[in-house]
Write a protein that binds this ligand. Sequence first.
Ligand SMILES: [Zn+2]
Length: 217
Amino acid sequence: MISAWINDLMKLTDENWTRYAFLSEPLVNRISPEKRIHYSRETALNSIELANEIRQKYSKISIAYLVEKLEINLIEKVAQDGGGFSMFASFEEPNVITVYKDISQATDKLIDDSGLRETVGNVKTIDLLFYHELYHFLEFTRDDVYSTQQKVLVWRIGPFKNISRIRCLGEIGAMNFSRELLKLPYSPNLFNVLMLYAQNPVSAERLYLKMLDVKEG
Ligand SMILES: [Zn+2]
């Protein structure tokens, strides 16, 4: 079942994934569909440039090496028991990246056991999680990251106005950045279904259907 789902998700296009990312954007109604595609493309291009810059600047692309060079505080945790949706990884300012080791190991095993290794390729889940969070670290530490520069006017009353970042661009950037560093021929979004499936197949099915739904939109 999971392998059929993954094969379905591999067929989604970049525009489908843009639509998916904007499903969780609080400001979605203030941004036209054309603008969403524009922001998403620019974010992807910038995150790919960033990945190439990292690759050129550092001789090795590995967690241990980048943690040392970029002075990141990496915490490897075990997720709490109890099933349901737990976090896979997170970034906390200024330099803390947390990854859940048991979930990433269970996901690697799921990929092997369900015959998905050839489809997914020789990628370790923990690398994908770390590189995703590394992008959020770069968003925080640099001032030239496109996804943090784009702002939308939320409201204006007389001389007062409130402008806000477009949060989902950070996710689009992190996905494209990790995809580029690992040279994946598909969106890392589908790992969210794999990671969830390894813990809770029912929640994973819900997420799979939500992702598949953007095809129609
Ligand atoms: Zn993220």
